[in-house]
Write a new protein. Structure first.
Length: 271
């Protein structure tokens, strides 16, 4: 499907675009089913938070309407929205008169092996560490070189995802997912105030768990905590939940809370 640039079909950008020059922008990756973008409100909430923190004056009503129109044409698949600060003056200073640039791209549905969701996946323990930068923590910004380097660390299909720690050794997330563990019936995920991406599915699962009376905790996670976990899983807004069966010498069963939340995630992505 053709890409759209600022609401019109196109595949060309200005060489002055700040997203290209500096990674100055944000993006959202949205599952589309039956012509509808799934978890749209959560995606737009995160985008608005990112725009606020980066001081980007975007027209969020226009973005919503374009997303809905593009998804209707795409039908089924994965929609990627890229929002850049637009064209730049020379140097780091932004042109206050520049309008943010909206880029929409469509791809076919992603097909993962059914075993990922059924038997679980193995994580590769990445050597690449996430830098600590509270000003950018949680944002889905365009600077993804840490993930690019981490993803290059393993080849083949033995591992479906990588495990990423921060510079101080805290367990943060997967390369393209958020990580949860279950300990004594409590659903635990990493504190993302220093680094990491605050995923849309992560937010939805925390909300769903609280609604069901499942205790939740957002805290620092050490490798020791991971080792002691009863269940581990990773999630994102495209595939839902994959149980984690192993990482290096560690292993975990696919537990009942993982299965319960996996059913909820599947329902959300089948909407």
């Amino acid at each position: 499907m053709d890409s759209w640039v600022d609401g019109r079909p196109g595949d060309a950008l200005s060489l002055k675009d700040r997203g290209l020059a500096y990674g100055d922008g944000l993006f959202e990756t949205i599952a589309v089913k039956g012509g509808q973008p799934l978890l749209l409100d959560r995606h737009l909430q995160r985008l608005a938070e990112g725009c606020s923190r980066l001081a980007m004056a975007a027209d969020h009503g226009l973005i919503r309407s374009e997303l809905l129109a593009y998804a209707a044409v795409l039908g089924e698949g994965v929609l990627k929205l890229i929002l850049t600060r637009g064209d730049s003056l020379r140097g780091y200073a932004a042109d206050p008169a520049a309008a943010p640039r909206r880029i929409l791209q469509g791809n076919p549905p992603v097909v993962y092996p059914p075993a990922h969701g059924q038997q679980g996946v193995r994580l590769f323990p990445c050597a690449t560490r996430l830098s600590i930068q509270p000003a950018l923590a949680g944002l889905k910004h365009l600077n993804r070189l840490e993930q690019v380097i981490a993803r290059a660390e393993w080849q083949g299909t033995d591992c479906a995802e990588g495990l990423m720690l921060d510079l101080e050794g805290r367990v943060i997330e997967g390369v393209f997912s958020n990580l949860f563990l279950v300990r004594d019936g409590v659903l635990v995920t990493a504190d993302l105030r220093r680094c990491g991406v605050a995923g849309v599915m992560r937010a939805e699962l925390l909300f769903q768990a609280k609604s069901l009376g499942i205790p939740t905790e957002i805290t620092d996670i050490s490798l020791e905590h991971l080792q002691q976990a009863d269940e581990v899983f990773v999630c994102n807004s495209v595939y839902g939940i994959w149980p984690v069966s192993a990482c290096a010498a560690l292993s975990w069963p696919v537990g009942p809370l993982t299965r319960k939340l996996q059913g909820i995630a599947c329902a959300l992505l089948d909407a």
